[in-house]
Design a protein around this ligand. Structure first.
Ligand code: SER
Length: 312
């Protein structure tokens, strides 16, 4: 039987779908959802839930002891656009929560951790196309600095203390169940909502800004498959590059027009343009494919069909 799992940040864009999928897989009682606020009805009704602040070590420790938690998925974080507005809050949340979980594992109270990193670990000096696993990083955003530091700490805790921590660098994630919040890639979700509601969208990123993206089903599958892989197969304990598709706002618009011919897009880049410009256009994920068999499933047109069908 699956030992109990705790998800921190279970009510966010990724956490909601991850919780539901893990409950389908391992049974509702084996997956404890937690967040600082309550989530949507289907999440709240699908199994146990605890109100929990990811920066509060004692509170997390109590829940871990109470449910005899074995694995933690730490999905709580402040994303790139919001983090530029609240740098210290972002640093305290993103780093404080990670140290809490790493230290719980170091003390032997839990045995496995998933912690997401991001394409934001890369910066303006990184090769933009097919960005390799190991390359120049030098992130230029608050969020990217926190994720890059987090990666170093994950590898350090693995090497120094044998902590079984696993991670992927998510690209922008597209989903219809829960809205993203405060990210630079959020346009790729908003555009589908506006296409159906208004027939038009004003993009905060420029027409030709190409970023790595992924449909949520692929992201959840990657996460669970990495967590289920035998430890000895994993050669990277900082964070794996994870590739799927790459596209521009213009290309999403064209993909939507195949279903809604009158859909129009306009462009009004804001401060998020500079963040996007510092990130890669596409990702080389060879180590993830080699070590744990990663293979993406959804391309842009398939994502468009899923998004429009489900949002209707
Ligand atoms: N989607 C995230 C953001 O835009 C990147 O990890 O902040």
């Amino acid at each position: 039987m699956q030992k109990p799992i705790l998800i921190l940040g279970a009510c966010g864009q990724i956490g909601t779908e991850l919780t539901m999928e893990l409950r389908n897989k391992y049974g509702r009682e084996s997956v404890i959802a937690s967040d600082i606020r309550e989530g949507n009805n289907s999440l709240m009704e699908s199994g146990p839930f605890e109100l929990l602040d990811a920066t509060n070590y004692e509170a997390i420790e109590n829940v871990v002891m109470h449910y005899e938690i074995d694995e933690v998925y730490l999905m709580a974080a402040m994303l790139s656009a919001t983090a530029e507005k609240f740098p210290m809050r972002a640093w305290n949340l993103n780093m404080g929560s990670l140290f809490n979980i790493l230290n719980l594992a170091r003390e032997g109270k839990i045995s496995k951790i998933f912690w997401p990193s991001s394409i934001a670990v890369f910066g303006p000096n990184t090769p933009k196309d097919d960005t390799p696993q190991s390359t120049i990083m030098e992130p230029s955003t608050v969020y990217g600095i926190s994720k890059q530091s987090g990666e170093r700490w994950c590898e350090y805790y693995f090497k120094k203390f044998g902590v079984d921590v696993r991670s992927v660098r998510y690209p922008g994630l597209i989903s219809w169940k829960t809205m993203p919040g405060g990210g630079t890639t959020d346009y790729a979700v908003e555009i589908y909502h506006d296409a159906l509601k208004k027939g038009s969208y004003q993009s905060f990123l420029d027409k030709e800004t190409r970023l790595p993206m992924m449909y949520m089903d692929d992201a959840i599958r990657a996460t669970i498959s990495l967590m289920e892989s035998p430890a000895e197969n994993l050669t990277i304990r900082s964070s794996y590059n994870l590739g799927s598709m790459s596209f521009t706002p213009n290309e999403v618009a064209k993909s939507i027009q195949k279903h809604i011919p009158d859909f129009t897009i306009s462009y009004a880049p804001d401060f998020r343009q500079q963040i996007a410009d510092s990130w890669p256009s596409s990702i080389d994920d060879t180590p993830a494919r080699k070590d744990w068999g990663w293979q993406p499933g959804f391309d842009l047109d398939q994502t468009t069909v899923e998004m429009l069908e489900n949002l209707k």
